[in-house]
Design a protein around this ligand. Sequence first.
Ligand code: APR
Length: 307
Amino acid sequence: MKISVIGAGNVGATTACKLAEKDLANEVVLVDIIEGIPQGKALDLWESAPVEGYDTLCTGSNSYEETAGSDIVVVTAGLARKPGMSRDDLLEANTKIVQSVAENLRSKSPDAVIIVVSNPLDVMTYVTWKVTGFPSERVFGMAGILDTARFRSFIALALGVSVRDISAMVLGGHGDSMVPLPRYTTVAGVPLAELMDAQTIEQIIQRTRDGGAEIVKHLKTGSAYYAPAAAAVEMVEAVIKDNKRILPCSCYLQGQYGLSDVYVGVPAKLGRKGVEMIFELNLSAEEQAALRKSAEDVKSNIAKLKL
Ligand code: APR
């Protein structure tokens, strides 16, 4: 099992570290355009292997030769947000970067499952799918796990209970119009609305929507990476272990939820082949309208690109 992580910045290096510590693969290859960064970080990771007790060989490179034949690739290359920026402000710069990454992956790892993390997430996943020409089951994006993790972490704080007992669902694009679904959110099986008033739920939903921006405001020089990396690793693990986890991922829709030719967050069954099934939840008219609006926002950004 060989995993490549493209982009050795905050998200990429943290992802490689978490992957190695879970000892999920024989090899993790870190790639970046900055000379020395992927090599140095990968060597540092490998030197921590004896202490942590993993055998995952970590290597770094500025070329794609070393990524050849990867089973799974996590794409984190691209600019991160600075305070005051929305994810959409990264559109132009990151499209060029992700296009070149996808071209390299297409030729070097034609059978890989690709998990995209670069923002604006749903559009970058679409770009990767389009440029590689891979079946859409093998190209999907990490957003829903991060958004639900933020939602769950805030609910846990408000209720004073373990995050592990909270199950949540967030649909739609990874942006301001994401669609958290309190109706499908439970605490040890109890619907959220039985435990919190509507106003508190609304406040938590808003904090979830602004979750990425809240971190950017604190950091000032970049955006979140611990939780994004943890979420990407959960997806990699589901693919490697082929354990059919049902996780919210940005998937290519072909009629599901009445939407087509767009990537947005929906619950998906993940296995060795990638996205093995997309689940269609029963949505209220209001939830469906919110999902449609979110998908339209993603589509309007896709339309700005010359692919
Ligand atoms: N190929 C490989 N790596 C590249 C390329 C490229 N063409 N262009 C840029 N990079 C690298 C940069 O050199 C940098 O090391 O991508 C890395 C990005 O790292 P950071 O700036 O630390 O950004 P990070 O916080 O990791 O976020 C990366 O993930 O969550 C998203 O919005 C975030 O789009 C951003 C991406």
